[in-house]
Write a protein that binds this ligand. Structure first.
Ligand code: 26Q
Length: 790
């Protein structure tokens, strides 16, 4: 046994002995996992203590979501310990993969925005930034999905029992957050002093997760706040026999961080969500300000040493909260406090869907946080005054932060932040030309773009070790792990390597097929083309368009079963927000189509539909490497960027997609000849609406092939889906019918290309070679230089 393995073995033995009072041989699988986590965590703690901090501006990344997934292999990999840990476990008689499976995903996020934050934490740490992530320590992450009779059932996602192992709790950094009460104004030395009386205090307990970077001594922290009541029990009540009532205050406080709201790209004005947001930002801003003041004796230089990054508008209340701290806490006047605040915040917008824009009722904000409401009103008053002479009455109305009893968080962020960015070139252009055009006209320099990226160490090297091996072998180095653009060198490889690439894909397809067979009994032929659409279920993402294509193939096979046909397996993975009825109907429809095909001997061997249950980070890690065709088919202008598209690209999948979000840049990077692009362009979508030309009913009447598929959806499956078909004919806001012909035609090209294996594999390699631009290291370097100025 090597020295390192010896050490790891000794450490595991000690942990099992000290924490569980057992000998190593007596430990359960769960305990072995926990011991591994402690060993890894200790290693990161030791590094953190030793780490030297440079004096530059600190980055604070505020996000209501961090969709981390599992941490064990990530941490071990970054520390350079993964191989030794795996080998040690093997020596001890365990299959490491089996042990690592014990870890639940930390699913503290819904989808793209949350996973982006997780990738960014890795890149910020690896590139050496002094950065801290902040979020909430939700007791339950996004629900676990079960499919029962073809329909989604939500069950609680319990992660903390094991996830806790990663968390440290610095008790001296607990913060107090105040809710409710009323503002009292007193005059003191000619100035008005504001205090809140009768408020309820909730404690914010920090639960810190250490984040280690790759090949660096830099260690950062993800701080998750947990809510707790300052009094856990009302003694007189308890002894008076009111056992449940005596614990109500504790329950009310704990409710704040009980669970993650499962809405993705959708705003609902729930009072508890507002409390979550304020709890989050108040704890965060107070703790940063306290630490800064303790060190520097003043908050006057706060903006010189810190930047607060706001991940969408969800943490926007950090802006009035900082003003509150500076004015009420430090006694600054408004102008001084504003001068500091307006240089502290950078804001990233992640969506232009109007139903996702946060608009809170003024009355709710006033009730939950009366002082914050006063400050918001003051910001709005000064803003309207400032723009007063420059814009007309309509613009004033649209730009206002508070209007008609509603507080608009995006307008607040655009005004108060010194930087505003979108997440892909197209999306940033839409911000400048459409929703924020007036603000852009006044402060053009504020607006920039940073195209999203993904952690390619996780999403290529770790999830696809065979592809990583291929790259390292042919590039004669592992430099690409830190220099993502090195992947470009792959284009020079001779065609003789393509078979290797195909063999790797085949093995990964078999691994996925086996997994899905084991976990949900799916029977999948690995010789089929693996066609995958995994992402949150949302109408704008157009999973339904994919279904229309599948049924088109189905009908064509039924009409002529003798035709040449490229067998395809379609995989869907998607959670629908609990209250999103239309999305849940689409899940049911997909499962009905899967059943139809499985029960039909004519098509069975040539078509397959699999609904992957409970799609999550750890499943994505199996799916990405096994995918041949990635579906990125949102209506142009709707998907801000997409990040799944990039993960597929790194793993050599080809993309069928619209010119939306980052697809546009992927196409530019890989070359149009290496992608399957279809559908309306964003300006064409715009023109159709502007000119009132949208007429889905007419398309339905004129397109026989499409009508026949839609009729089948309405009444030709095991149960009717007339609501879905009717919705398309009468509304079709995401223009599925308009893009249908173009999509089906492009899909035919996909099948044709697939028959030419050499061509397909060459396209696959070209995509991997062009993917470097979509590494989060690149994004973070752009943020650091262009926005955070660190
Ligand atoms: C807001 C208020 C109340 C309740 C929930 C929400 C809420 C929660 C999550 C609103 C939006 C989200 C998530 C949005 C999101 O994931 N957007 C995606 O961000 C990715 C990263 O930039 C992009 O790649 C995707 O295009 C975008 O859809």
């Amino acid at each position: 046994m090597s020295k390192l393995k010896q050490t790891i073995k000794q450490q595991l033995t000690d942990k099992i002995y000290l924490h569980f009072g057992r000998r190593l041989e007596e430990a359960t699988k769960g305990q072995i996992w926990q011991a591994c986590a402690l060993v890894i965590r200790d290693e990161m703690s030791a590094k953190k203590v030793k780490a030297k901090r440079t004096g530059g501006r600190e980055v604070h990344y505020l996000s209501m979501e961090f969709l981390l997934g599992r941490s064990m292999t990530k941490n071990a990999y970054n520390l350079g310990l993964l191989d030794d840990l795996t080998a040690t476990l093997k020596d001890l008689g365990y299959d490491a993969a089996d042990i690592f499976e014990v870890e639940p995903d930390a699913a503290l996020g819904n989808g793209g925005l949350g996973r982006l934050a997780a990738c960014y934490l890795d890149s910020m740490t690896t590139t050496g930034l002094n950065a801290t992530g902040y979020s909430l320590c939700y007791e339950y992450g996004v629900f676990a999905q079960k499919i029962v009779n073809g329909e989604q059932v939500e069950t609680p996602d319990v992660w903390l029992d094991k996830g806790e192992m990663w968390l440290l709790s610095p008790a001296d950094e607990v913060q107090e957050v105040q809710f409710g009460g009323h503002v009292v104004e007193t005059r003191l030395n000619g100035r008005t002093k504001f205090t809140v009386e009768g408020a309820t205090t909730v404690l914010a307990v920090p639960r810190d997760m250490l984040i280690g970077g790759y090949k660096t001594d830099n260690v950062n922290t993800l701080r998750l706040w947990a809510a707790k009541s300052p009094v856990s029990i009302d003694m007189p009540r308890f002894f008076g026999g009111e056992y449940v009532k005596s614990q109500e205050q504790e329950a009310a406080a704990a409710a704040i961080t009980k669970l993650l709201y499962p809405e993705d790209n959708h705003f609902e004005g729930k009072s508890l969500r507002l409390r979550q947001q304020y709890f989050f930002v108040s704890a965060t801003m107070q703790s940063i300000c306290k630490r800064h003041k303790a060190k520097h004796g003043t908050l006057e230089n706060l903006h010189k040493m810190h930047v607060f990054h706001i991940n969408d508008t969800h943490p926007a209340l950090a802006i009035p909260e900082l003003l509150r701290i500076l004015i009420d806490g430090e006694g600054m006047c408004w102008d001084d406090a504003w001068e500091i605040t307006s240089q502290c915040f950078a804001y990233t917008n992640h969506t232009i869907l109007s139903e996702a824009l946060e608009c809170w009722p003024q009355s709710l904000i006033e009730h939950v946080m009366p002082r914050i409401w006063q400050i918001l009103r003051e910001i709005n008053k000064r803003y309207l005054h400032q723009i007063g002479g420059k814009v007309d009455e309509n613009d004033r109305r649209d730009m206002a932060i508070v209007w008609d009893g509603v507080v608009r968080m995006a307008n607040l962020c655009v005004f108060a932040a010194y930087s505003v960015n979108g997440v892909s070139a197209l999306h940033s252009d839409i911000l400048k030309e459409d929703i924020f055009r007036r603000e852009y006209a006044m402060t053009p320099k504020k607006f920039t773009n940073v195209t999203n990226g993904v952690d390619h160490r996780r999403w290529l090297a770790q999830v696809n070790p065979k592809l990583d091996g291929f790259i390292q072998k042919h590039l004669h180095s592992d430099d690409y792990l830190l220099k993502c653009n090195d992947l470009e060198k792959l284009v020079k490889l001779p065609n003789s390597v393509l078979q290797e690439l195909a063999d790797i894909k085949r093995e990964d397809k078999i691994a996925l097929a086996n997994h899905l067979n084991r976990t949900q009994g799916a029977l999948i032929d690995e010789n089929m083309l693996f066609d995958v659409q995994v992402k949150r279920l949302h109408e704008y993402k157009r999973q339904l368009l994919n279904v229309l294509h599948i049924l088109t193939l189905y009908q064509s096979l039924r009409d002529n079963s003798e035709q040449d046909f490229v067998p395809r397996a379609f995989f869907f993975g998607a959670k629908a927000a609990s209250g999103y009825y239309a999305a849940k109907r689409i899940i049911a429809l997909i499962n009905s189509v899967a059943k139809l095909i499985d029960n039909d001997p004519v098509v069975r061997g040539r078509l397959k539909v699999v609904f992957v249950e409970n799609y999550r980070v750890s499943l994505a890690e199996l799916i990405m490497p096994a995918t041949e065709l990635s579906e990125q088919i949102s209506l142009a202008g709707k998907e801000a960027s997409g990040t799944g598209n990039m993960k597929f690209m790194f793993n050599g999948a080809l993309t069928i997609g619209t010119m939306d979000g980052a697809n546009v840049e992927m196409c530019e990077a890989a070359g149009e000849e290496n992608m399957f692009i279809f559908g309306l362009r964003e300006h064409e979508v715009e023109a159709i609406w502007r000119e009132g030309r949208h007429d889905p009913g007419a398309i339905y009447r004129e397109n026989k092939r499409l009508a026949s598929v839609m009729d089948m959806i309405a009444t030709g499956l095991d149960v009717p889906y007339e609501d879905i078909a009717g919705g398309l004919i009468h509304n079709d806001p995401y223009m599925l019918l308009t893009d249908y012909d173009s999509y089906v035609a492009e899909q035919a090209k996909v099948s044709e290309t697939y028959c030419d294996a050499a061509k397909w594999n060459a396209m696959s390699l070209a995509n991997i070679a062009a993917a470097g631009r979509f590494a989060s290291d690149r994004s973070i370097k752009e943020y650091a230089k262009g926005i955070w100025r660190v």
